[in-house]
Design a protein around this ligand. Structure first.
Ligand SMILES: [Zn+2]
Length: 345
């Protein structure tokens, strides 16, 4: 998911924005494979690390079109789907796990996924629905918008665990773990915020320190905080994201292989920029409260500026408001309709 973004700057890349061609890839021999997605920047990238036991990091988008793109992308580098011996997943969003069924149909890769996904996928759908129903009401959603948010949360859970059945995962990876994958070690770094279980993977590729970054450290934009969506725990997305940036900063990464936008070498600058943008987003939220917005829905609406749906901005707005309250910069009360109304301090 939903890599919808916020506070983006600069050109929206499109397919040509990445190192999409086999010859135009990185200096390290990593193969970049792009699948089309219907949101900016129009693609999602998976990476094949060649070797005696080829490793694929992320699996691209779901659906027939993407399956073809994954097959063609691998073929560009002389590989078939069933050449993938190890499949490493950064987070369980549809554009990163969508190709898992194709890979499992074709071959028998060892599948690695962040440990948190196990518990998340074990979530009882009815319980999730009840929590999202209440949290969406608190956020100020009503009518169709409310129903839509509830449906989407439950549909996402069902769809994502269909794409990545927990029984298909061979190794649940903890943050901080150095995982032996094939003939190399990948260090898993827990980087929540965009998604609560998200892990980046760091390894050495041809003498360079590389980060297989998923939806972190993207050159084109800061990926929106979806974290747990409307489920309980949204309150901690800002702190979780700041902690993720802390864990990444100072690692001396030479080259970043992100899920969206080009491969790049601006690791530290991008981490610093994302931190600034996170802080700016919180300040803007405070400013919107001061200007009269009182609910998460109203804040998200203002931020969306009419041009984009507020769906993706809502969880982030909720977490920003919770953060402002936790840091004594806002207070809230629940009104007669169950809506949490904020006031800036
Ligand atoms: Zn994502």
């Amino acid at each position: 998911m939903d890599a919808s973004e916020t506070e983006s700057e600069g050109p929206a890349g499109g397919r040509s924005g990445g190192d999409g061609s086999p010859s135009g890839g990185s200096a390290t021999g990593v193969c970049r494979i792009e699948c089309s997605v219907d949101w900016p920047p129009g693609h999602v990238a998976a990476y094949l690390i060649p070797g005696p036991e080829p490793i694929l990091v992320d699996a691209g988008m779901a659906g027939e079109r993407s399956r073809g793109e994954l097959v063609d992308g691998l073929a560009d580098y002389g590989h078939d789907l069933d050449d993938v011996d190890h499949l490493v997943l950064t987070h369980p969003h549809v554009d990163h796990v969508g190709g898992v069924p194709a890979l499992l149909d074709a071959g028998d890769p060892t599948v690695y996924a962040p440990a948190g996904v196990r518990e998340r996928f074990a979530r009882d759908a009815a319980d999730l629905e009840a929590r999202v129903r209440e949290n969406a009401t608190r956020a100020g959603l009503a009518g169709d918008d409310h129903d839509h948010a509830v449906e989407r949360a439950v549909d996402s859970l069902r769809r994502n665990r269909e794409l990545l059945p927990p029984t298909a995962v061979d190794r649940w990876v903890e943050g901080g773990e150095a995982v032996e994958i094939g003939d190399r070690a990948l260090e898993a770094i827990h980087t929540p915020g965009h998604q609560a279980d998200h892990c980046c993977f760091s390894t050495t590729l041809d003498g360079e320190r590389a980060l297989l970054a998923g939806d972190m450290v993207i050159a084109l934009f800061r990926a929106v905080l979806l974290h747990v969506g409307f489920d309980d725990g949204f309150e901690r997305a800002i702190e979780a994201s700041a902690g993720a940036l802390d864990r990444l900063a100072g690692r001396g990464i030479d080259r970043v292989y992100p899920g969206h936008g080009p491969v790049h070498g601006e690791f530290e600058d991008t981490v610093a920029r994302d931190r600034e943008r996170l802080e700016r987003m919180v300040e803007r939220t405070h400013g919107l409260l001061s200007a009269g917005a009182t609910t998460a829905a109203a804040v998200a609406d203002e931020r969306a500026g009419g041009g984009r749906g507020i769906d993706y901005l809502l969880p982030e707005s909720l977490s920003a408001l919770a953060h402002l309250e936790a840091t004594s910069r806002a207070t809230s009360t629940i009104d007669g309709k169950g809506v949490r109304r904020f006031e800036a301090w």
